[in-house]
Design a protein around this ligand. Structure first.
Ligand SMILES: [Cu+2]
Length: 357
């Protein structure tokens, strides 16, 4: 009698679990699928559903058989040796062949998907892109360079944040300059590897303006977790205005390079903080010691020098990271190309910001 009560509860629990798997999970899974924005979105979701629905009955069967075996063949008395069953050729052949067939089907579906996906990402059905962006991953950030249409240069570059027009075809050409990274935008499209010496493509057509996020999905070193991707989709008119503004600003932009001799300009600390954040300096240089020295330490190191002014020390440390080595840190980790991204004013602003800390 007592055992039967237990069995009832067990049966109920199994039925409830099965019901949850059947009803709640697909909705849950669907809710986390990509939003409408990438060319391959529907295909990814379809493939996922097919594999998911093949897995559900297998899961229930296997778990069911385990429960059945536990209950049916358990030891009932302290001195009893439960019935021993050994081998069953028919069963063994069935499950071997069946597994082979199921895995074969999943393999064929995946291979077909990967080929069409590759095709779609390569040509997007011969659509000409409205905007092409060269995406370059490096330890530990992403750089974006903007081209009109399929390749008309604008000169506009951004770091970390990618700005695109909504409802337009945007082609991303993705590569890396150091190790392998992966451009993963789960909220919009899929995942594409960023490989040195090789260019992969991804198409976006973001339906809703807004901010979408992703991350590097290939472990690449200490700050891999911080290799964030921010995609801001603007209304097309707002995007055009943004791009035009950036292009106008470029007219006056002369990269400072590694020239350490030109006189330093008067900097503005508030603007410097903005540049500091935009270029991703903040991910290594924070309030406390991190991958790079803390903000306060940088100011202290700069002002304590006797051979060189604080400003000149900071300038050289920013443009030529390994010029001075700070004890306890590896200067190779700091990108050495900030001279391409800063003009004289930007550099002066950052220096003002650092000295204000
Ligand atoms: Cu990475």
């Amino acid at each position: 009698m007592k055992r039967n009560v237990h069995l009832h509860w067990l049966g109920l629990a199994v039925a409830a679990a099965a019901l949850w798997v059947a009803l709640a999970l697909p909705a849950e899974v669907g809710a986390h699928g990509p939003a409408d924005g990438g060319a391959a979105r529907a295909d990814i979701n379809d493939l996922f559903s097919i594999i998911f629905w093949i897995s559900v009955p297998i899961f229930l069967l296997v778990e069911g058989l385990i429960l059945f075996a536990i209950l049916r063949y358990r030891r009932r008395h302290r001195h009893e040796m439960p019935e021993q069953v050994e081998g069953n050729h028919a069963l063994e052949i069935t499950w071997t062949v069946l597994s082979f067939v199921i895995i074969g089907v999943v393999f064929a579906l995946t291979a077909r998907f990967m080929m069409t996906r590759y095709e779609v990402e390569a040509t997007n059905g011969d659509v000409t892109p409205d905007l092409t962006v060269h995406v370059t991953g490096y330890m530990f950030n992403w750089d974006y360079e903007y081209f009109l249409g399929a390749g008309e240069e604008t000169g506009v570059k951004t770091t970390r944040k990618l700005t695109v027009p909504a409802n337009r075809n945007v082609l991303l050409e993705i590569t890396s300059t150091d190790v392998q990274h992966s451009f993963w935008l789960p909220s919009l499209a899929g995942k594409v590897d960023a490989i040195p010496g090789y260019t992969n493509t991804m198409w976006l057509n973001v339906k809703e303006p807004g901010l979408y996020t992703g991350n590097c999905a290939e472990y690449c070193g200490t700050l891999h977790y911080d290799m964030l991707i921010e995609v801001e989709a603007l209304e097309p008119a707002a995007f055009d205005a943004w791009l035009a503004g950036r292009m106008a600003a470029l007219g006056q932009f002369v990269p400072i390079g590694t020239d350490l001799d030109i006189p330093l300009l008067q900097g503005d600390a508030a603007r410097g903080e903005q540049v500091f954040t935009e270029l991703g300096c903040a991910s290594c240089h924070g309030a406390g010691p991190g991958v790079g020295p803390a903000l306060a330490q940088m100011a202290a190191d700069a002002t304590s020098r006797e051979d060189i002014t604080a400003e000149a020390y900071l300038r050289e440390s920013i443009l030529v990271p390994c010029a001075y080595q700070t004890v306890g840190y590896n200067c190779q980790i700091m990108p050495s190309n900030y001279g391409d991204k800063l003009d004289a004013q930007g550099l002066a602003d950052i220096i003002a910001y650092l000295l204000a800390n």
